[in-house]
Design a protein. Structure first.
Lengths: 418, 966
């Protein structure tokens, strides 16, 4: 199982180490740092590294490397999932996951890590269980603690730890009982030069914020559940009922959680909300090129497309650019050759356009690669797959909760090739 | 006043409120200050001080000096303070074992606490303190906690057994904890069950042959029930455990599959992949015509696709596993090609894996799409990726015949871009296309030749040279082209040199009149000016062939080559089956069986997919038995080696790489033919010179070191000299073979006398036996068997005594041994108990083998790895020995040792002493590191051995002594 954890910042400095079995010298990280040196980008460091006596499994997240050391045959996905869980825990407790935050709360992070893993076996990873054992810091509580000498560590057995619903604690009370669901869909797509869809799919997620007293039992149903190709559920969802009746029946965790994620990859169902007309060309001789990009709405189901942004990694040999945008503004970083055009809302009457000239470094040959465009966008009040929540019913409690559903569509990995 | 002071102080704490303040105290006397604070009367100050200590510890500062002071804070009713002290204890107890004893009483007391949280905490922490003395005290509390009324305590105690086992396995067995742990599998609480399974699985890993997880339908049922109710992590443990079970029949298999399928919808990807493993394995038992089989196949695709939208690290592991799954059952993902299309901002490791799978899924139906994608990738920025994309186009051409033409034209387009590395890759793959479709695309040779000058990578140069040699008759200026390469012959890599040699010989055989000079030039370069044994050997073979019998030479060198088959880089079927059983593990990421790379996991059971067994005869269809293993010869695709191996191999005839010994009927047949042809030809060609030494034939494919000794007579101009020279320089001597001793005296075995010895020849361990019949009657029906032994030695074949052994007859037999037999530690370690049977009786004897025969040929460690390993192995594992009266200098010693696969890695001289650093790898993967001290003029050597398994040291030392003194 997991032996040790090292947190490493992008410059290769180890700022936290935790060992759950015998201590592994931090020199083991040298193998990782070597691989990191070789990689062009931090994202490119291979996640599994074999050293003579250990395996190093790492993730790169929030600009930090979470590196675990293992010695025996362990499922790597188990380790990677767990590392993500640690990052989420830090985020959850301290509002963000960064080197500063970890250093500021070093002892609490250490205590938390100790609670999360015992001898390398996961112990308590549910946020509500952890929070019962180690209370998250608030300004007020730190002051009170220092004045009164009380501690952050709970001394009762966390109720969720052993019940068959470990995700929910007992005795939840709210004055306002409310349950909100956000259906968020991301479009992953690759379009080719001519605008034809090479590949498209929708990654959907239903995020919930449930603040309900007692032990509510909820049932959420969709108008068109047959759309969903593959679903993954929070452990609270009763799978049998989904199989037989296509409804989500569950006793929810308290607070924010991801109820389900789903997948729509039937190509004809994936509407592409914008089109992009582009040309990036370089002249055969001379050292100039032109860029011309226009973005327009396509299948938007009558909604407005907002937050549109186009990102291009220009070839390394570009010296300077001179562009004009008819809408929004663009920024260009000559160091990273990253061009970002922030358009904002799409107006179907007047299509935004960015055009101008690119100059290459003197003597540089015509670039070999064709840069891809990365598109960002957002559509409020629309799930692009057409998924709709039908109704939400609550059993087991008497009060009447506030309910709400919100839809939003975003671009995921949405790329246009040139 | 004091109250006011304290408040003031607390305010100070309150004002900063973060832990970063603990890092600011770097001034001298920090430890001293902390000591004072730890001993303070004020509770709050104490806690703050412990926090500071922990903070220092987490960033790697050494605060072990504070041990007694921190332990003093342990007796407290403040849970947070207690936990903090425990954290400290776990970290430093090992370095202060005597002090750690001080803590024992508190632990024992806490294990009786009314609060289950405290009980669990105490037993959990105690298990983490890896001090022998403490573990003795742990047993009683642990026994109680395993039977605690509170499940929280029980599940913590279950893990504690695994910890204790790690520290002292014997103790755990003696105390009967394993049985208690097994009982917990039937616990009423699913979390306890999951932890018990996890603990048992971990323990089982170090006891491969123990039957710890004795799975039967009842326990399986309990696990399946717990599966639905335990945490996500528990589900992973249970699923991995289920995967080790072999259902009795297809019905049971189906019912398990049905209960596991819902796990495919879990949000945790590790749960999903473990479920996939169980399903992939148990599916094997289902009849293919069953409706459920089809349903299951359909259910597997979506979760695998979904894994690809997760974080890149998860994608990577998923892709490595999908790579196995599509090889085993391509039908699952055959319609999902598009999800493997590469996004330009995928990390490189994801891109490369996706590309691999795209090729595997490529078929006539989707080849157009795939090619369009690959062409797109070939213009990307990342060089490694572009290269692989170009290769992929070549692989498509070979795999999907209908697309070959399009692929070739795509490759030509890419060559026109003149991007150097693209051109080189394209040439490498075009060579394979020529091999696959002879006489079809040779019209492009002219275009290829235009790019000759830009090739600077060995593989591309070698490929181009191969093409020129192979099609020499169609290339007008082939001789000029090859001659241009010849100028810098000695600066070329071996690959290119070998290829150039072969190509020029081919050219000569095709156009003998114009190229005589060229061929002489290359032969002399290869044989006389090169110190590369492969090159020299190949040069001499050609030379002799050409000078003795040009017709035969033509038959050999220009023989028709076997076609390469469609599928490339396939994993050999038995390995694939094993890997399918290891889906989701490290083995699946590395595509190697766990025994090959998990350290010390000798004797790991090789997992196999279950065979299909019907519960009722009626349901079984007639051809089921045939398809059961999945490795039926007719369905097994043949394999070609990766590009690198292709060229290096002698004469391009022996095409199957040594690793893929699977059922490759067509190619292996050709390979044998090739060898025979050569062997036969050589015998007649060289027969007189060699003097009929059998070593020539045997050693031909093996170590070149055998060659010089077998060529006894001077052969042709300067040949003998050359070989002599070779023998004198750097050529290691053969491995040490102890003299034969009598193992079984005739008196004890009704007239059969057995003497023998052990040897390692060309990587094969052999038991060399001399059987003498001293009885009056004929002996027949010999057979041999070994008892379980330390290194899993077992006969690799039957004892070959084909003719009856008459009275007073003697026969020498050599029995190849394998090291994959059952393992049991023997005393002494190298003891081997043997049973020999003949028509008269069964006889037993035991003998000791030199452990040096287990030293494998790839035992040379990288220097850096050596250093790290040496440091890494605890000093307790080091043992020192004296070797007396040894009169070799260090050079000779090192040469001698190398013959027995003891490799010298580095040498340094300190104050007149020479220190040699050596590494040895045993056949079961254990590494032994050695430091040999040699002092000029002193016949006594000192040797220090370091090894993770120190019990082998004594035997290794004996080998040193034997090798050096003989």
């Amino acid at each position: 199982m997991i032996n040790s954890l090292f947190l490493i910042n992008p410059s290769g400095e180890i700022f936290l180490e935790k060992h759950w079995k015998s201590v592994v010298s931090r020199s083991v990280c040298d193998y990782f740092l070597e691989a990191k040196e070789k990689a062009l980008e931090p994202e490119d460091v291979p996640p599994v590294i074999h050293t003579p006596h250990h395996y190093l499994i790492s993730i790169y997240r929030d600009k930090l490397f979470f590196l675990s050391v293992i010695q025996t045959e362990v499922p790597p996905l188990f380790v990677i999932e767990f590392l993500h869980r640690i990052a989420e825990m830090i985020q959850d407790y301290f509002g963000e996951c960064s080197e500063t935050v970890v250093k500021d709360h070093m002892v609490m992070v250490y205590e938390l890590l100790e609670e999360m893993l015992d001898n390398g076996f996961p112990l308590a990873t549910e946020s509500n269980v952890l929070k019962e054992m180690i209370r998250p810091p608030t300004i007020l509580r730190s002051v009170v603690n220092t004045l009164t000498g009380t501690s952050n560590v709970g001394d009762t057995l966390p109720t969720g730890q052993l019940s068959t619903i470990p995700w929910r604690r007992a005795g939840v009370r709210y004055t306002n009982n409310e349950a909100y669901f956000d259906v968020v869909e991301e479009i992953d797509a690759i379009l080719d030069q001519s605008g034809t869809t090479v590949f498209a799919e929708i990654q959907g997620v239903v995020e919930a914020c449930v603040k309900l007293s007692g032990m509510p039992d909820l049932t959420l149903s969709f108008m068109n559940p047959c759309l969903l190709d593959d679903v993954s559920f929070h452990p609270c969802v009763r799978y049998k009922l989904w199989e037989s009746e296509r409804v989500l029946s569950f006793i929810p965790p308290d607070g924010n959680f991801t109820l389900m994620t789903y997948h729509v990859n039937a190509q004809n169902l994936v509407a592409i909300p914008v089109y992009v007309k582009q040309s990036i060309s370089f002249f055969e001789c001379g050292s100039d090129g032109r860029l011309d990009v226009t973005v327009g709405p396509k299948q938007t189901m009558g909604k407005t497309v907002e937050g549109v942004m186009v990102t291009v990694h220009l070839p390394k040999t570009i010296l300077s650019i001179n562009l004009t945008a008819t809408q929004g503004s663009y920024t260009y970083d000559n160091g990273t050759k990253l061009l970002v055009w922030d358009i904002g809302k799409l107006n179907p009457q007047k299509l935004p356009n960015l055009r101008g000239s690119l100059s290459l470094q003197a003597g540089a040959p015509k670039p070999e690669e064709n840069p891809s465009l990365n598109i960002d966008l957002k559509i409020q009040q629309l799930a692009i797959s057409g998924l709709k929540v039908n109704r939400l019913d609550m059993f087991g409690e008497k009060y009447k909760p506030f309910k709400g559903v919100k839809y939003i569509t975003k671009a995921g990995k949405f790329q246009v090739r040139t | 006043m004091e109250w006011a002071n304290q408040l003031c102080e607390n305010r100070q704490f309150g004002s900063k409120m973060t832990d970063s303040k603990y890092f600011t105290t770097t001034k001298k006397g920090e430890i001293f200050e902390l000591k004072a604070e730890l001993n303070s009367d004020k509770k709050e100050k104490k806690k703050e001080a412990v926090k500071k200590v922990i903070a220092s510890m987490t960033v790697g500062k050494d605060v072990s000096a504070l041990f007694p002071d921190v332990v003093n804070c342990m007796q407290t009713d403040n849970l947070e303070l207690k936990k903090l002290v425990y954290l400290y204890l776990m970290n430093y107890a090992k370095s202060q074992p005597d002090m750690a004893i001080m803590a024992v009483n508190t632990f024992v007391k806490d294990c009786e606490d009314p609060n289950p949280l405290i009980r669990a905490l105490a037993v959990r922490t105690m298990g983490c303190i890896r001090v022998d003395k403490i573990t003795e005290y742990l047993c009683e509390p642990l026994r109680k906690c395993l039977k605690d009324e509170d499940p929280y305590v029980r599940k913590t105690a279950a893990v504690c057994v695994a910890k204790l086992h790690d520290i002292n396995a014997q103790l755990v067995e003696d105390q009967g904890f394993l049985d208690t742990l097994k009982d917990l599998i039937s616990d009423s609480n699913p979390m306890v069950v999951a932890n018990a399974v996890a603990a048992l699985s971990e323990i089982a890993e170090s006891h491969p042959n123990s039957n710890l997880l004795d799975l039967n339908p009842q326990s399986i049922n309990k696990l399946l029930t717990a599966l639905n109710e335990c945490t996500e992590w528990g589900q992973i443990f249970i699923l991995d455990c289920l995967a080790n079970y072999t259902p009795r029949d297809d019905r049971e298999s189906q019912s398990i599959c049905e209960r596991v399928t819902p796990r495919l919808s879990h949000a945790n990807s590790a749960v999903v992949l473990s479920a996939v493993k169980v399903l992939m394995k148990f599916m094997e038992m289902l009849p293919k015509d069953l409706d459920y089989y089809g349903t299951l196949l359909k259910k597997l695709a979506p979760p695998l696709v979904t894994l690809l939208s997760a974080e890149p690290e998860l994608q990577y592991v998923a892709l490595r596993n999908i790579n196995l799954i599509v090889q085993k059952r391509p039908e699952i993902l055959k319609h999902e090609m598009k999800v493997f299309f590469v996004k330009y901002n995928d990390p490189i490791y994801v891109k490369l894996e996706k590309l691999d799978i795209m090729i595997r899924l490529a078929s006539q139906a989707n080849i157009a799409q795939v090619l369009a994608e690959l062409k797109e990738y070939a213009t990307e920025v990342d060089v490694d990726f572009v290269r692989k994309a170009v290769r992929a186009i070549g692989r498509c051409a070979i795999k999907v015949e209908q697309s070959a033409e399009r692929c070739v034209s795509t490759l030509l387009d890419l060559i026109q871009t003149k991007v150097n590395y693209v051109v080189q890759e394209a040439i490498v793959v075009i060579k394979d296309i020529f091999r696959k479709y002879p006489n079809k695309y040779e019209s492009v040779i002219a275009t290829l030749c235009e790019n000759l000058d830009s090739l600077d990578e060995p593989e591309a140069r070698a490929a181009m040279i191969w093409i020129v040699g192979e099609y020499a008759e169609r290339i007008d200026n082939a001789d000029e082209l090859l001659e241009s390469f010849l100028e810098g012959f000695h600066d070329e890599s071996t690959q290119v040199q070998l290829q150039l040699l072969t190509a020029i010989v081919k050219l000569f055989l095709k156009k003998p009149t114009e190229t005589q000079e060229l061929v002489q030039q290359v032969l002399s370069l290869a044989t006389q000016d090169s110190d590369n044994p492969d090159l020299r050997d190949r040069g001499y073979i050609y030379w002799r062939l050409l000078s003795t019998d040009p017709v035969a030479a033509k038959e050999v060198v220009l023989a028709e080559k076997p076609l390469i088959s469609e599928e490339t880089d396939l994993i050999e079927p038995t390995l694939l089956e094993e890997l399918i059983c290891h889906i989701g593990t490290l083995a699946s990421v590395y595509h190697k069986p766990p025994s090959a790379f998990v350290e010390g996991s000798r004797g790991v059971m090789h997992k196999r997919l279950p065979a299909r067994t019907g519960s009722g005869e009626g349901t079984e269809c007639p051809d089921v038995g045939n398809a059961a293993g999945g490795s039926a010869p007719e369905s097994a695709p043949s394999i070609i080696p990766s590009q690198g191996d292709l060229l290096g191999d002698l004469l391009n005839l022996d095409l199957a790489p040594p690793t893929t010994t699977g059922p490759t009927p067509s190619t292996s047949g050709m390979q044998m033919g090739g060898m025979d042809l050569l062997g036969g030809g050589l015998d007649s060609l060289l027969g007189g010179d060699i003097g009929g030494s059998p070593a020539m034939g045997a050693g031909f494919g093996a170590a070149p070191a055998v060659m010089p000794t077998s060529l006894n007579a001077p052969v042709g101009g300067g040949l003998g000299d050359l070989f002599d020279l070779g023998g004198g320089v750097g050529m290691p001597m053969g491995a040490y073979i102890p003299p034969k001793t009598v193992w079984l005296p005739a008196m004890k075995a009704k007239g059969l006398e057995i003497s023998g010895t052990f040897a390692r020849r060309a990587g094969v361990i052999q038991m060399e036996l001399v059987l003498t019949n001293k009885a009056m009657s004929v002996m027949t029906d010999f057979a041999i068997q070994f008892n379980r032994n330390s290194f899993g030695l077992a006969p690799a074949g039957p004892l070959q005594v084909l003719t009856p052994l008459g009275p007073n007859q003697t026969i020498e037999v050599s029995l190849p041994l394998s090291t994959v037999g059952p393992v049991m530690k023997m005393d002494p370690l190298n003891n081997l108990q043997v049973a020999v049977k003949n028509n008269i009786d069964v006889f037993y004897f035991s003998c000791q083998y030199p452990i040096s025969m287990l030293f494998v040929e790839d035992g040379k460690m990288e220097r850096q790895v050596f250093l790290a390993t040496w440091k890494d192995i605890p000093n307790d594992n080091e043992s020192q020995f004296q070797i007396q009266d040894c009169h070799l200098n260090s050079e000779a010693a090192s040469n001698k040792l190398q013959g027995s696969n003891i490799f010298t890695i580095a040498k340094r001289t300190v104050e007149g002493q020479e220190m040699l650093y050596m590494s040895i790898k045993l056949s079961n993967g254990i590494w032994v590191l050695a430091e040999l001290k040699v002092q000029a003029g002193n016949p006594n050597y000192t040797i220090s051995l370091k090894c993770r398994a120190p019990e082998v040291s004594q035997c290794v030392f004996q080998c040193y002594e034997a090798v050096l003194k003989n």
